[in-house]
Design a protein around this ligand. Structure first.
Ligand SMILES: *Cc1c(COP(=O)(O)O)cnc(C)c1O
Length: 391
């Protein structure tokens, strides 16, 4: 099919929920993708932080295709060694205690929200249900996770939204303190706000949040859907802040390209969800778990993390001397670029025209390259980027 045919069919048969770039991607290898017309792209997006090991990584393809030819799905009425494998790895790598497997970031966050509400209900009864999230956060697209998302643009059309969320300004300790009442059961935050503009939280703010939580038996819940799975240079980003969260959510990079999410609980809430309180048909699907097991067996190795940090620094350093770069934010290989000309959308479009896939977040450019990207691909991508930024 030609690009025009694909585009026409999309217009005719698909709901217009996405603003898409003008290309149909059909093939990939490493950090390089090809479109329907055979044009080549360097990929600085990983499909929004999903393809942690790049396109069609050999080990990942083998794990997935072997599992597809062995057992593609079983109901959660039965035990699965693939599910226990993923869960055990996540607990071992974090020191946390129990995992619920689902299919996406929004679902992982739904589980966290349910845990917070039930923990509080079990221990304090009704009326202590408020969850503090941050202004400019992003937690998903279900009606409840939209309510959790602290951006007014998302609080439209779908009324009534789930009640019980309150929004605090990121890195504003006094605003946080002012919102703590005896109705609050959890603080739920990203440590580097992703969609909100690649904005890292200050250590002070996060430490204060942890103290408030400890003192008041409020749950500290971290949305690591974008920051996790070694994206920010440690396995989970919270490990850089020296905190012990009660609940951590993961998705995006966890399956390396297959849909899987996880809600990971520490000791306090490990047994809050009991039979009948939560579930999902596809959660912990064997093929998705085979993919996640492959990802988890690789990305948390010290040498792998060292490489992520080195590549992140390398990219940052090259960017810092480029024209139109005003500010570089983020951690590891989650990088945001503020442009002098405030023209991120335009730059992103031109990059695609010139063979580089790149993201935006608010008015920033955002890079989430595959963690396995080669220096050759980085250099190729950056030279396209420089050319566009110079123009
Ligand atoms: C992408 C994202 C989500 C939503 O994940 P989906 O898989 O799209 O439901 C939630 N939280 C954060 C921080 C994200 O970046």
């Amino acid at each position: 099919m030609t690009f025009e045919e694909i585009k026409n069919d999309e217009q005719q048969y698909m709901m217009h929920t996405y603003g898409r770039f003008n290309t149909a991607l059909v093939k990939g290898k490493g950090a390089t993708a090809w479109d329907s017309e055979g044009k080549e792209y360097i990929d600085f997006t990983s499909g929004i932080g999903v393809n942690s090991l790049g396109y069609c990584d050999e080990g990942w393809v083998k794990a997935v295709s072997t599992q597809a030819g062995t057992l593609q799905h079983i109901s959660n009425l039965y035990y699965s060694p693939l599910q226990t494998g993923v869960s055990k790895k996540l607990c071992t790598l974090t020191g946390m205690e129990k995992v619920f497997l689902c299919n996406s970031g929004a679902e992982a966050n739904e589980c966290a929200i349910k845990i917070a509400r039930k923990y509080s209900f079990d221990n304090y009864g009704k009326g202590r249900q408020k969850i503090i999230t941050l202004v400019n956060s992003f937690h998903g697209r279900t009606v409840t996770t939209l309510a959790a998302t602290g951006q007014d643009v998302f609080h439209n059309f779908f009324f009534p939204f789930t009640e019980g969320f309150d929004y605090v300004k990121a890195n504003d300790v006094s605003d946080l303190k002012a919102h703590i009442t005896n109705e609050v059961c959890a603080i739920f935050i990203e440590l580097v706000q992703g969609e909100g503009g690649v904005m890292p939280l200050s250590e002070e703010f996060v430490k204060v949040a942890e103290e408030i939580c400890k003192k008041n038996d409020i749950l500290l819940m971290i949305d690591e859907v974008q920051t996790g799975i070694s994206r920010t240079g440690t396995f989970f980003c919270y490990q850089q802040y020296g905190i012990t969260p009660d609940v951590v959510t993961s998705a995006k990079g966890l399956g390396g390209g297959l849909p899987i999410g996880a809600c990971i609980s520490g000791k306090k809430t490990a047994d809050i969800m009991t039979p009948g309180t939560h579930g999902t048909t596809f959660g912990g699907n064997p093929i998705a778990c085979a993919a996640a097991n492959e990802v988890l067996s690789r990305v948390a190795e010290k040498e792998f993390l060292d490489e992520v940090n080195k590549k992140g620094e390398y990219i940052r350093e090259k960017l810092s001397s480029m024209p139109n770069v005003k500010e570089i934010r983020g951690k590891g290989m989650m990088i945001g670029i503020v442009t002098e000309k405030d023209n991120a959308k335009e730059v992103a479009g031109k990059c695609v025209d010139n063979g580089l896939l790149i993201l935006t977040a608010k008015n920033l450019l955002r890079l989430l390259p595959p963690l396995t990207i080669s220096y050759e691909e980085i250099d190729k991508g950056l030279s396209i980027f420089k050319k566009v930024m110079e123009a």
